[in-house]
Design a protein around this ligand. Structure first.
Ligand code: FE
Length: 355
C-alpha cells in the first residue's frame, strides 16, 4: 500500500471499512507486500458514482475470481471529482467509475485519469471510449422518447427533432437542463446537426412544454402517466425501474431517429457509465486489469443487467426485460463530443429558455 494512502487513512476510516497493511509498500512493480500477512493482495480503491448495489456484486465476483480485494466509496460524480482534485498525488484512489461521458470527459480534462490500453479494453467500441484511452464505457443507456400509450400512437413519433413540432404543443415534459444527461443529448445534437439547428429544436421543445422541467426522469414519466403531458425524454433504466414497480402505467418507449434523411437517421442517443484509471494510482496495471475485466462478457452481462442497461458490445446479452423493449440503432458518434460541446450545449439551452 502506498504511503500516501496511509497518510490520509484516518480520513478514510469513516468510509472504507477495512484498512490494513500500511506498514508495507505495494506497487505494480513491487508486486508484494513485505509488511502484511493477512492478505496477499492489498485492496484496489475505487471511487464510484455508480451506486453500491450496482457495483458491489461485480467487485465481489472479481475478488472471488482473482483474490484481489476492492475497497470503494460511492458519491455523486461532482464530489468524487472534487475529491480527486483535492487529494492530488496523495489520493488513495486507483479507479474512478461514473455515469455519463460528459463527466468522464471532464475528469480526463482535469488531468485526473491516465491513459491505459489493453486487449480487453479494446472490446469497447471506439465511439464509447476516450480516443486517448483515459476512460472507457462500461454500460450503455439510451436516452429515448417515452409516450402515453392511451393518447399517442408510435406512428406519430419519429425523432428528437420532431418533438419540436407544433403537434406537441403543451404535450411535452422534460427533465431539467441542469442534468448532465440532457447536456450530453444536446451536445451530441450540436455535433450532428449544427448549433443553429440544435438551438431551434431546443427552443421548439421549450415552446411545447406542458409544465416546467422536472428534477428527474421518473417525475417526467409520472406526469405523462397522470395525463399532464403525453411525451418525454428519459433514460431507459428509469423506465425499466418504474414499470417494474408499476406495470399498470400506460407508458412505452419509442426509438427515435431510426430512419429518414441523414442526419435524422443517426440513431438513438446513447450514453455510458464508465471508468478510468486515476492518474496518481500507485497500481495502474492492477487497476487497468480490473477495468478490463469489467468489459469481459461475464462482467458485462452482470454490469448491464443490474441496472437494466445494455452491454457496450451491441451484440452482448441483455436481460429479458430490456430485450422486451425491442432493438434499435444506436447513434455511433464518439461520446467525447458530449464533453467537447458541453459548454456550448449549456449556453444554447440557456438562450432557448430551457432551464
Ligand atoms: Fe441516472
Amino acid at each position: 500500500m502506498s504511503s500516501r494512502f496511509c497518510a490520509i487513512a484516518p480520513l478514510l476510516l469513516l468510509v472504507l471499512p477495512v484498512l490494513s497493511g500500511c506498514q508495507g509498500e505495494q506497487s505494480d512493480s513491487a508486486g508484494s507486500d513485505a509488511g502484511t500477512v493477512a492478505s496477499p493482495l492489498l485492496p484496489l480503491v475505487v471511487y464510484s458514482a455508480r451506486k453500491e448495489h450496482l457495483i458491489r456484486p461485480l467487485f465481489d465476483r472479481y475478488t472471488a475470481l482473482t483474490g484481489q480485494p476492492i475497497e470503494y466509496i460511492t458519491d455523486s460524480a461532482g464530489p468524487l471529482v472534487a475529491r480527486l482534485q483535492a487529494e492530488g498525488s496523495r489520493s488513495p484512489a486507483d479507479l474512478l467509475l461514473t455515469t455519463d461521458a460528459g463527466n468522464l470527459w471532464y475528469a480526463a480534462q482535469q488531468g485526473l485519469l491516465r491513459e491505459v490500453t489493453s486487449s480487453e479494453l479494446e472490446r469497447v467500441p471506439g465511439s464509447l471510449r476516450d480516443p486517448d484511452g483515459r476512460w472507457y464505457g462500461l454500460s450503455v443507456r439510451a436516452r429515448t422518447i417515452v409516450f402515453a400509450t392511451d393518447r399517442v400512437s408510435p406512428e406519430e413519433l419519429s425523432s428528437y427533432e420532431q418533438l419540436a413540432d407544433q403537434t406537441w404543443s403543451g404535450r411535452l415534459c422534460l427533465r431539467t437542463a441542469k442534468k448532465v444527461y440532457n447536456q450530453s443529448l444536446v451536445a451530441t445534437m450540436i455535433a450532428s446537426i449544427g448549433e443553429q439547428q440544435a438551438e431551434s429544436i431546443v427552443a421548439g421543445w421549450v415552446a411545447n412544454l406542458a409544465l416546467p422541467p422536472f428534477s428527474n426522469d421518473t417525475k417526467v414519466m409520472e406526469a405523462i402517466a397522470s395525463g399532464q403531458c403525453d411525451v418525454g425524454i428519459v433514460n431507459t433504466y428509469y423506465y425499466g425501474r418504474l414499470k417494474q414497480e408499476r406495470p399498470d402505467l400506460e407508458l412505452a418507449l419509442f426509438w427515435p431517429n431510426q430512419s429518414g434523411k441523414a442526419p435524422l437517421d443517426r440513431g438513438v442517443h446513447i450514453n455510458v457509465s464508465g471508468g478510468g484509471v486515476v492518474v496518481h494510482s500507485a497500481r495502474p496495471k492492477a487497476a487497468a486489469t480490473l477495468l478490463g475485466w469489467l468489459v469481459s462478457p461475464e462482467a458485462q452481462t452482470l454490469f448491464a443487467s443490474l441496472n437494466q442497461e445494455y452491454p457496450v458490445d451491441p451484440e452482448g446479452e441483455v436481460s429479458e426485460t430490456v430485450a422486451g423493449w425491442g432493438s434499435f440503432k444506436r447513434d455511433t458518434i464518439n461520446l467525447s463530443v458530449a464533453g467537447e460541446f458541453q459548454g456550448a450545449a449549456i449556453r444554447l439551452m440557456d438562450r432557448a429558455g430551457y432551464f
